[in-house]
Design a protein around this ligand. Sequence first.
Ligand code: DOR
Length: 419
Amino acid sequence: MGGRCSLCIRDGRIAATCVGGAEIDFSASPFKVLALPAPADVHVHLREPGFEYKETIATGTAAAAAGGFTDVCAMPNLRPVPDSPETLRPQLDAMASSARIRVHPYGAITKGEAGRELADMAALAPYVVAFSDDGKGLQDEGIAREAFAAVRETGKPLAAHCEVEPLVPRGGCVHDGAFARAHRLTGIPSSSEWKMVERDLGIVRDTGVRYHVCHVSTKESVALVRAAKRDGLPVTCETAPHYLILSDGDLADEGRFKMNPPVRGAADRDALLEGIADGTIDCIATDHAPHSLDEKGRGLAGSAFGIVGLETSLPLCATILVKRGILSWAQLADRMSTRPRGIFGLPSAGLSAGSGANAVFVAVGVDDIVDPGKFQSKGRATPFAGWAVAARIALTLIDGRPAFDNLASIGVRSPFTKQ
Ligand code: DOR
């Protein structure tokens, strides 16, 4: 240990020598600093156009950069819903004027995400990363079959929000388990998720569409995906940090613990940990879903579904999954960067000499506390407020340029800011 450890960036690329480049001397920091391929989040809600009071492309992508991300895939539950090139246009315009990192929009599967008529997916395909009706499951099996076949034609993945609505009782707000019973809250059963995963896998078998399950939360879904992969079906899936870290035993009656699907029981969490470790679960995505303070301030029964995650995902996963030995750093980079990029065809990331650097530098061994007051996101609702994290994002590079520069906080002089 000891000695000098510096990195040189010239023209956006890592250079072997530093003549005329920007030099970052990491040995000045008291912390160990790791360089990882920049994570990509395949499931975020940026809320623009239509719900700018919750988040904008400017604030959401600033949050993403602060969380180490260079690429995010933005869900289509917007106003207007991007179900044609015309209705996608306002989002593309906002991205062009205010995105801090790369945003890859999803196109809707059905018109207005109403689940009745297919969107103009062939016309949308050149502009979108994949198709999803996130927030809503495709209830009608006939429409789902048509949709899967149409998405198959585009060659893009179909990202499925799996939720059988008739199985969710009115007012369902938390997992149908011990916490719901103890607090007399209406529960959302696991079957509302896995029964749609099961139905969809049958349609995947028939259509061959590239099928990606969004925010997997139940042990049954993990088992179904594991078996489908074993059968060679073109299936991938994601989960989110809160499903890997929490169970319903950790809930309190506050809006910041409410999301859809809900955090499930301890056996589900353990199955998800097994799935992320053995690779059944391909990606860790955040499902970053900001809402206003008012919308999240009405307890579990009355608040909107959704929590923010972009600024806490990597520090939490580094602290809980890596420190506890569930994933190695290499596996974490695989699930947060390499695999999501591969599945969704996003720009590749890394720091190898001579390549355009899409990388995040993480200081480890820090004693930080998650403080929603410091978020760049407009959303503040996180179940992890006040949690201790041992990793801090020090620098996010996108194509060799700083998207987020926090080097001063770890005692390193930044070559990007004027002193
Ligand atoms: O909690 C959630 N919030 N789950 C979803 O599926 C949608 C999301 C949102 O858009 O707020």
